[in-house]
Design a protein around this ligand. Structure first.
Ligand code: FEO
Length: 395
């Protein structure tokens, strides 16, 4: 169903209430998502982005009820990833000659995915197309935010920035605009999206945000590729991005562990006790990895100044859940975060050393040799875990 965004601009996307996982199984979308596509009907008719492939037929069918598809003059593909371009094959079957405007990298990604030689028109930052009634579309390359092919499109006069992935969030809602949804829920999804998708590109993002701000384009609306459209104080999300892209952290320590027979879990809880007994201001959060949502934990790591990671020793090493999660943290390229390790063992006890090495390799500053405990924690080792927490709180 078409929904008006502003003037002659409408939303023609798809709200996906059932989506639980995104990027394969890499990203949990506990609140669903949407694939936002926009239709501009000025003297020229322009379609900006499409929807994820499973909804392609439904999308084209719905769109054909709103307009004669042959009246579409230009298609803008801001990004080639399948959640935005997945409607193209079905659409292009109906209107095969329609020009597609995108970056040179998007030609590669679209050809690579769909193996079609569509009518591609390559654009660069600053290129414009006239869509009539005195309005223009201006293109801004958003290279590596988060793909090499990403770009944004700006509509003059209506002052709408079609930002694609940037400033989006995975949130299914029938309420199209940011001011109509629960603000806590909205910003929880925004920070999760930033932490899990954009953190690795922080240096690029900082430069790009400066570049976009320097363009001095008046922005009344940021129309994203996922979730709500920012119409109420749209610059609030740009300001949040500026804050988050600057190696953001809060006064938080996150303890992450897996446990076999609860010994390492007891250590985790006692370390937390030691931290809060020393620093009542610090926000301490504990996560038993297999019982938690890994993307939510990444968000907590994003907010943390230190991560305390635990695993029992198994097979002279660590549990695979912890190893996998350290790899996930490494891929986020976090900066300026401290770390320490802990874990129980029966006879050899290599886990803490393995964790120290992995955390260093993941870019964390390991601030202590770590806490090792043989067999189950008893009075003395519980005392040591509390002391370990006290020490961590002071660093
Ligand atoms: Fe990079 Fe929403 O796709």
């Amino acid at each position: 169903m078409k929904k008006q965004v502003k003037s002659n601009v409408s939303w023609v996307g798809k709200v996906d209430w059932e989506l639980l996982k995104f990027h394969g199984d890499e990203y949990s979308t506990n609140k669903g998502s949407s694939y936002n596509s926009y239709l501009i009907q000025e003297e020229k008719t322009v379609l900006i982005d499409t929807v994820w492939a499973p909804f392609a037929e439904e999308y084209v069918e719905n769109l054909s009820k709103e307009i004669d598809l042959n009246k579409i003059d230009y298609i803008i593909a801001n990004h080639g990833e399948v959640d935005h371009s997945g409607g193209l094959p079905a659409l292009m079957k109906r209107i095969p000659e329609t020009p597609i405007y995108c970056t040179a990298n998007a030609v590669n990604s679209l050809k690579g995915q769909y193996h079609q030689d569509w009518n591609f028109n390559v654009v660069k930052t600053g290129d414009k197309i006239d869509i009539g009634n005195g309005k223009e579309l201006i293109f801004v390359e958003m290279t590596m935010l988060h793909w090499p092919d990403s770009m944004a499109t700006y509509l003059t006069q209506d002052n709408i920035l079609f930002s694609n992935d940037a400033f989006g969030q995975h949130l299914a809602t029938e309420r199209l605009f940011n001011d109509l949804v629960d603000q806590c829920e909205l910003f929880e999804e925004c920070i999760k999206y930033f932490a899990n998708i954009l953190t690795p590109f922080n240096p690029i993002l900082r430069n790009k945000l400066d570049e976009v701000i320097a363009l001095n384009l008046p922005i009344d609306i940021i129309a994203t590729g996922h979730g709500v459209i920012w119409r109420d104080n749209p610059m609030q999300i740009v300001e949040k991005y500026l804050e988050w892209a600057n190696d953001y952290q809060e006064n938080q320590i996150t303890i992450i562990y897996d446990t076999m027979w609860n010994g390492t879990k007891v250590l985790a809880e006692k370390i937390a006790e030691g931290i809060v007994s020393t620093d009542s201001d610090v926000n301490v959060k504990l996560f038993n990895l297999p019982k938690s949502d890994e993307n939510d934990i990444i968000t907590e790591v994003f907010k943390s100044k230190a991560v305390i990671i635990g695993s029992p020793t198994v097979g002279n090493s660590i549990l695979h859940s912890v190893a996998g999660f350290v790899q996930l943290m490494k891929s986020m390229r976090f900066k300026n975060k401290k770390a320490a390790a802990f874990g129980c063992y029966g006879w050899s006890g290599e886990a803490v050393k393995v964790l120290n090495d992995l955390m260093k390799d993941a870019g964390f500053e390991v601030i202590d040799e770590g806490l090792r405990n043989q067999w189950n924690p008893e009075e003395k080792s519980i005392e040591e875990a509390i002391k370990f927490g006290e020490k961590i709180a002071k660093i």
